[in-house]
Design a protein around this ligand. Sequence first.
Ligand code: B12
Ligand code: SF4
Ligand code: SF4
Length: 390
Amino acid sequence: MYEYLSVPDFSCPGYLRYDIQDFVHAVIARYYFNLYFGQEVQGHITGGNIVNKPLLIYNVHEIIQKTKPPGHRKISQKEPNMVQQIKNEMQRLGYKAEVIPASYFEYIRQDAKALSECGFLNKYQERLVGNVFNFTLPDTEVRSIIIVASPSPSTVMIKFYLKGKRIPLRIPSTYVDYNSAPVAMEKCLNDLVNPAGYHVTSAQKLPKKWLAVRSGLGIYGRNNICYVDGFGSFATISAFYSDIPCAEGGLREIRQMEECRTCKACLNNCPTAAIRPDRFLVDAERCLTYFNEADGGHDFPEWVDGSAHNSVVGCTRCQLICPVNRKYINDRSETFEFSEEETGILLSGGTFEQLPEELAQKIDKLNLRDYLSALPRNLKVLFSREDITA
Ligand code: B12
Ligand code: SF4
Ligand code: SF4
């Protein structure tokens, strides 16, 4: 029986009998099995009965020809001192960090290529992987990539006042610190490494969740979100280029949490069926967040039920229901309020420059500036659930 996570030692990959015989091949095959077919295929890989074997073998061989991933070895303990100092300092500040050598960038690039060729990406994801991410290293000297996870409150509460009613609404984890966390971390890192002559710069255009999982910082949940020990999925992930030397070690395989084997809570609680039972990759074009982060020129599709909406922007359904997250629920106690007048201004859809100063400050503190044009549409649908027509 093929066990995705419980094979304790990959040096005994008896579960793959075909052309895949050695350690490295088995590790890659395991990864691509899951990439292409999702974990539902596990039960089919008994007695050599591989679903769509030709496709798998073809892909595995093609990938082996092009890359020789370093496999699933623990990152070397003999890392240069600075790398260890970074990890220690981040830990001291309540964050978690991993550092991978820039030479591994090629494997990340290959992952991206394999992913875009797997045939399961929708147009949006194809655009992300093909055009939005930038897999070209900057011209400055880059020797390593630092990936940092910082805890984020599970939700932030906002109270809106409208037509004499008080309407409490949520903002999900990671929105309020999406921009501020990388800036704060870049500063901390530079304060630490600059005296030794090293530099750190933000790497916004890298696939951060992916780097977090491949570097060993986190692990996927069925909801496609990255879980970090000590934070659950309530973690903002930031990535940085640096000129700090980093020992070669191992990239981790793409893994899913043990807990997901016997749980489908996120799948069942997803209001738009974006989490699919037949494969791992989330259907991003069905995710509520995809619709409510879009600017106000886009209406919600008719098939999205009114009861699906739950947050000012984004969605909390697949995270708040997760049993692994239970012990990390730490909604931010500070509550933000928007008066009747301020709520009215937000509903009218003005630009940031048109906002009164106090309102502009609140919007910035909540990091909602990028979503200003989305707010009238999002708030109207949420208010209508309270029987208030905005
Ligand atoms: C584009 C984007 C979106 C899009 C598309 C999401 C998507 N899944 O593609 C939309 C708008 C829908 C979105 C929604 C959300 N997002 Co978003 N998003 C991003 C962004 C910019 C890129 C994500 C990406 O790489 N997509 C491409 C797909 C192909 O990558 P992937 O999902 O990792 O795919 C991998 C897995 O599917 C895996 N895989 C495939 N098969 C299998 C099989 C098995 C068994 C396993 C284990 C793995 C596996 O392989 C793929 C490649 O490695 C990142 C920031 C960044 N620069 O990285 C934030 C980011 C991923 N988002 C984030 C968050 C918080 C969210 C939301 C929770 C927001 C919310 N509350 O509403 C939702 C969650 C939706 C969900 N369930 O995934 C955080 C995640 C933090 C974390 N702890 O993981 C990030 C990292 C932002 C940040 N800096 O913190 N997001
Ligand atoms: S809700 Fe269940 S299946 Fe979904 S990520 Fe959490 S443990 Fe995994
Ligand atoms: S964020 Fe909401 S819509 Fe998107 S996958 Fe999670 S539960 Fe589904």
